[in-house]
Design a binder for this molecule. Structure first.
Ligand code: FES
Ligand code: FE2
Length: 421
């Protein structure tokens, strides 16, 4: 539970808000590289941390990220012409380069030097691992580029997709942190009592602060063979790593060893874009196209499911089928990821956390909020937030394993938590 004031502090991300200032100290995903597939292709709108921007790929390939509105009379540059190394406003022809300099002003007299005085808001960009990142904070505080293990995996070993979520980032992240819901929300076979019985529905949670955020373990007793332990990493401000190496509690391993994760990036206070990443951790075990297609489809994304364009929303009750809910699945909602989205969006755009009743399995969520609150307050006293420096998280990965019961997981899982790339 939070006070209303604490809740407000955490959920507001626009320019000038304390949380907005915090998020602006990190490189954040602005769009997928594939959203701008070629030099001089059409520009796209980007709304990020409550700011309306436009992105374009210039002739030499560099991505510009500018204020959406032309500084002349504020026509949208989304309508603009992406010409030779600049975006030209369609209203009176002013043209801007990727750094926001006005490079042509054809409606002013030739001898006018007005264009030298016009400069528009622009943010630096960087392309890494299929994502175009931007930094929106004070220039002198710009950190080193993001350095997660997945960003170092070659394209053959990695995939990134995105999903739109119609609620505040915090409840979206909290849905992702929550480890317990899978036995309920994602139980897609009500008849499989055995599977449910095998795994305890209420794992013990262990949560630890780290220099980049926190890590936590969901520990389930699976009888004689030991504990099934899922260890998650959380890098501030909004990124989680998870592992799905073991697919069953009998120790069977996934076809391709991997880590997966999400970044929940605030579009504004009421909308979020989730960047879903997955990478194969073993050098000699890359993904196949079929594998990725199936993985995305299983998650309810991809060509036949929910992608960046959503078909299952509050407006159609996420296509809940009450007959399926009665006889087959816990929710009656098709698509694994859509089940998550439905639960989170059903709370409303911004949750009032002063009304919650948190239990023992909400420990990791409580930790996340505490760390964010500390980071926001510390930043106001000039202290750099956790997770800004890539050196703090470069060497970590998530893991899941059957571990002995008589050793702490921090010990027995030590080796498998080290990034190898
Ligand atoms: S509004 Fe863009 S050039 Fe006039
Ligand atoms: Fe889920």
């Amino acid at each position: 539970m939070l006070t209303r004031e604490e809740n407000e502090l955490l959920v507001r991300v626009g320019p000038g808000t304390p949380m907005g200032d915090l998020m602006r100290r990190y490189w954040v995903p602005a769009l997928l590289c594939s959203d701008l597939p070629a030099p001089d292709c059409p520009p796209v709108r980007v709304r990020l941390l409550g700011e309306d921007l436009v992105a374009f790929r210039a002739s030499q390939g560099k991505v510009g990220l500018l204020d959406e509105f032309c500084p002349h009379r504020l026509a949208s540059l989304f309508l603009g012409r992406n010409e030779e190394n600049g975006l030209r406003c369609v209203f009176h022809g002013w043209k801007f380069d990727v750094d926001g300099n006005c490079v042509d002003m054809p409606n002013e007299p030739l001898e006018s030097r007005f264009k030298e005085k016009v400069h528009m808001k622009s943010y630096p960009t960087m392309e890494l691992a299929g994502i175009t990142w931007t930094y929106m904070g004070p220039p002198e505080k710009e950190p080193a580029p993001p350095g997660m293990e997945w960003t170092r995996a070659p394209e053959s070993h990695r995939n990134v997709s995105k999903t739109l979520e119609f609620c505040n980032y915090l409840q979206a992240v909290e849905g992702g942190i929550d480890t317990v819901h899978s036995s309920f929300l994602h139980n897609n076979d009500l008849s499989n009592k055995k599977a449910l019985g095998q795994i305890s529905r209420s794992p013990r949670l262990d949560v630890e602060r780290t220099s980049y955020g926190f890590r936590y373990a969901g520990i389930r007793d699976v009888g004689e063979i030991g504990n099934y332990v899922r260890i998650y990493q959380f890098v501030l401000p909004f990124q989680q790593f998870r592992s799905s190496r073991i697919v069953k509690t009998d120790g069977q391993r996934a076809a391709i060893p991997q880590n997966r994760g999400h970044m929940w990036v605030p579009v504004d206070d009421e909308n979020t874009i989730i960047y879903n990443w997955i990478y194969a951790t073993d050098e000699d075990r890359p993904f196949t196209k079929e594998y990725i297609a199936k993985y995305e489809a299983n998650a309810g994304r991809g060509p036949d499911g929910e992608g960046a364009v959503r078909h299952q929303t509050r407006a159609n009750d996420w296509l809940i089928d009450r007959e399926v809910q009665r006889t087959k699945t816990f929710t009656g909602i098709p698509g694994l990821n859509t089940q998550d989205l439905a639960a989170q969006e059903s709370m409303g755009r911004i949750v009032d956390r002063s009304r919650e009743s948190l239990g023992t399995t909400d420990k990791a969520i409580i930790m996340y909020r505490r760390i964010l609150l500390d980071a926001v307050r510390n930043l106001q006293n000039g202290i750099n937030p956790p997770g800004v420096d890539p050196d703090t998280y470069r060497g970590v990965r998530a893991a899941d394993a059957i571990l002995p019961k008589d050793l702490p997981w921090q010990e027995s899982a030590k080796e498998v938590l080290i990034a190898r790339r």
